[in-house]
Ligand binder design. Sequence first.
Ligand SMILES: Nc1ncnc2c1ncn2[C@@H]1O[C@H](COP(=O)(O)OP(=O)(O)OP(=O)(O)O)[C@@H](O)[C@H]1O
Length: 310
Amino acid sequence: MQTRHGSATGPLIEVSGVRKSYAGRAVVDGVSFAVDEGEIFGILGPNGAGKTTTVECVEGLRRPDEGRVRVAGLDPARDRAQLTRILGAQLQESEIQPKLTVREALELYSAFYPRPLDWRPLAERLRLTETLGTRFAKLSGGQKQRLFIALALLGDPRVVVLDELTTGLDPRARRDTWELIEDVRAGGVTVLLVTHFMEEAQRLCDRVAVIDRGRVAALDTPAGLISRTAGSTVVSFTPSAPVDEHALAVLPALASVEQRDGRVTLHGTDETVDALLTLLARHHITAHQLRVSDSTLDDAFLDLTGARQP
Ligand SMILES: Nc1ncnc2c1ncn2[C@@H]1O[C@H](COP(=O)(O)OP(=O)(O)OP(=O)(O)O)[C@@H](O)[C@H]1O
């Protein structure tokens, strides 16, 4: 297959056995993954897991102590000048002069690239046209994020790296930003996305690497991560009469069972639910407020890392 940039596909980003220590403590401890062109690839993990350090190695901002990173065949630590032509990174708020207007920021950053996109249609697409005369400091959170995306795309990159893009946004602005990222990918850009939000990863990412304590705890599609969690179906109900614990404990494919305040919650599979209903019928027990749902990426994450999300 040919990409819009005309090169043959293989992974666009390769991270292999990367290690990075600070003061003798390994914060990235042998991370490997590969991102194909056109993917939205998520890096998900608890605070301090090493996500930012990992993507900074991809951006060429940090040099790994060990391991290999390649972006379109370039070594980010060595070939930074060439890398900036194909990789757009999200700036941090502190990197933009608060007094610059949106127009000035777009013009200034365009000058950094050899072949920048025309910023006007980009501003239009990112709904920034109304704000062109507004100073950066006066923008809303959502407008700032849209400007960050515009600046990351100005150089017509093959890949953009977005780190905690929607942190601090309200739900509406977050959803708008997700649509923009989907648009960006539809335009052929590969997206490497660091996120804390399960919903964001589930909605946007083709594949997700869950990073925990500097290592890749799992790498799969969001659906794949969910299906490998112990008990991908959750069923809860209030029984009309006590249910024998031992009978519940031997239900097929049962991952866990909990009885609290008269309510029973089971994690299992569809097979568990079928057997449960048969069991209840046999004992003439009615299941009040019966709820059956699929596990979420949240459950998968907890299973994989044992960490609570903030
Ligand atoms: N320059 C540095 N010097 C020393 N320690 C650092 C440095 N940069 C990061 N760390 C530490 O490395 C660990 C991993 O940091 P990193 O920012 O990569 O994690 P993260 O997964 O992105 O976390 P968060 O979600 O909290 O941003 C943290 O404990 C952090 O304090």
